[in-house]
Structure formats: structure tokens, C-alpha cells
Design a protein around this ligand. Structure first.
Ligand SMILES: CSCCC(=O)C(=O)COP(=O)(O)O
Ligand SMILES: [Mg+2]
Length: 227
């Protein structure tokens, strides 16, 4: 079936892994304690702190203990939904203050703009929260890229290594699974998408291979007519 929609990962795909690990995660680790202490009573923050307590199995944890858990999860790169929600809130302050600008590879910017003009519907699926996704593209080094996207999906649709998550996303997009092309740098994510019936292309920006999937080093060489 011809491709109608493109669903893309962020870290390692549209954007450098180093931006996430060397800029975003350290920014969150530095600013999250102060943010949580200042906003712990706000309902949207309090709900995430309770979700951390539940996921950690520590229902009575103090705010200080929850902060320690969150810092440990950042160090472990844990894809926990409440951590991701709180990181998004902290990054919002950084983007707003001009301290952060979202990295997007030039070849990804060019291809996303071209595909949008050609009528393909573009979607994002990342472990980063939807708020964080909107920020990285909305406040990017290439300007505001948010008009290019028709929708965003995060771990509230399920983990990225489970086929059921992709089935949910395809149902939400409203096209057949094999009309959606998923782009990612992680084999397990590509495998899960393929199991759900999506087409896949792997981004191997170091020029390597991604077992079982077509791999490219840049968006520039992706030909949607030959998928
Ligand atoms: C939305 S930018 C922050 C990315 C992030 O927090 C993350 O965990 C990366 O996840 P991805 O699914 O894009 O590899
Ligand atoms: Mg990735």
C-alpha cells in the first residue's frame, strides 16, 4: 500500500542522541528539584508525584524522596510516564527562557517540510511527553516546525517496544497500518511497529545496520515511493 502517514521517533532519528543526553537530561536533573519543590501542590504536578510514588511502590514517599527517585530515573534513562511529564514541564521553562533550543538534523527538517508539502500526514511517537515533543519542534534550531505535524503520541499510548502501542496509534491516526511508515533508530521499536503491520525504515546515523530493517544514515535518501 502507498504511504499516507509518517510516524517518527525523535532521539537518534530526527534529533541527536547527544542533545537529549548532554543537554536535555542534565537540564532536567539540574532544575527538577527546585521545580518540584516550588510546584508540588499544583494539581498537574501533584498527580505526577503520586504516579511516581505508585510506580516506585512507595506510597508514603515524601516530596524529597520522590525527587531522589526522579533523579535516579533520569540517570537510568527510565522511560517512566510521570518522569517524562515532569521533564516536559521543566524543559518548558528552559525553552521559554531561551536556554534551550531543540536540535533537529537539517536533513530531517528538509524532508519533513517536503513530505508535508507533498501531502503526507506527519506524526511523532517519542518516550518524551507530548509537551516535550511540541517544544523540541516548536522551539527548534530551524524555527517553529510544529505546523508540519498532525499529531503527537507518547508513552500514554504504550511502551515503544510493544506492538499494541503501534496498533493504538494507527487506530488513532485512522489509516491502515501498512499505510504508515515508522522511522526509528532502535531495532526493538522497528520490530514492534512491523509486528503491528507498519512499514519501517531505520535511521542509523553512523552508517551502520539495523537488523531486519532497511537502514539509512539520513532522511535525505528516504524515497517514499519505493517503501
Ligand atoms: C521529546 S524530546 C525528549 C526525549 C526523551 O525524553 C526521550 O526519552 C527520548 O525518547 P525517544 O522515544 O524519542 O527515543
Ligand atoms: Mg530513538
Amino acid at each position: 500500500m502507498p504511504i499516507k502517514a509518517i510516524l517518527t521517533d525523535i532521539e537518534g532519528t530526527t534529533s541527536a542522541v547527544s542533545f537529549v543526553f548532554d543537554v536535555l537530561f542534565p537540564y532536567a536533573a539540574a532544575h527538577l528539584p527546585e521545580f518540584v519543590l516550588a510546584h508540588a501542590e499544583q494539581p498537574e504536578v501533584a498527580a505526577q508525584l503520586d504516579a511516581v510514588r505508585a510506580e516506585a511502590g512507595e506510597p508514603q514517599a515524601s516530596v524529597e524522596r520522590v525527587i531522589d527517585i526522579l533523579l535516579q530515573w533520569i540517570a537510568e534513562d527510565r522511560k517512566a510516564t510521570p518522569l517524562k511529564a515532569l521533564q516536559g514541564m521543566v524543559w518548558q521553562q528552559g525553552y521559554q527562557a531561551g536556554q534551550l533550543k531543540g536540535h533537529v538534523y537539517p536533513d530531517a527538517v528538509e524532508a519533513l517540510k517536503r513530505w508535508h508539502e507533498e501531502g503526507y500526514a506527519l506524526y511523532v511517537y517519542s518516550s518524551g511527553s507530548i509537551q516535550a515533543q511540541k517544544l523540541i519542534f516548536g522551539c527548534s534550531v530551524a524555527g517553529d516546525l510544529s505546523p508540519l505535524f498532525s499529531g503527537y503520541f507518547d508513552t500514554t499510548s504504550g511502551p515503544k517496544r510493544e506492538a499494541a502501542s503501534y496498533a493504538r496509534i494507527v487506530a488513532a491516526i485512522g489509516v491502515a497500518a501498512d499505510e504508515v511508515l515508522f522511522l526509528s533508530d532502535i531495532v526493538e521499536e522497528l520490530d514492534a511497529a512491523e509486528q503491528a503491520g507498519l512499514q519501517t525504515i531505520g535511521l542509523a546515523r553512523d552508517g551502520g545496520a539495523l537488523a531486519g530493517h532497511e537502514a539509512v544514515a539520513s532522511f535525505a535518501v528516504i524515497d517514499l515511493n519505493s517503501v
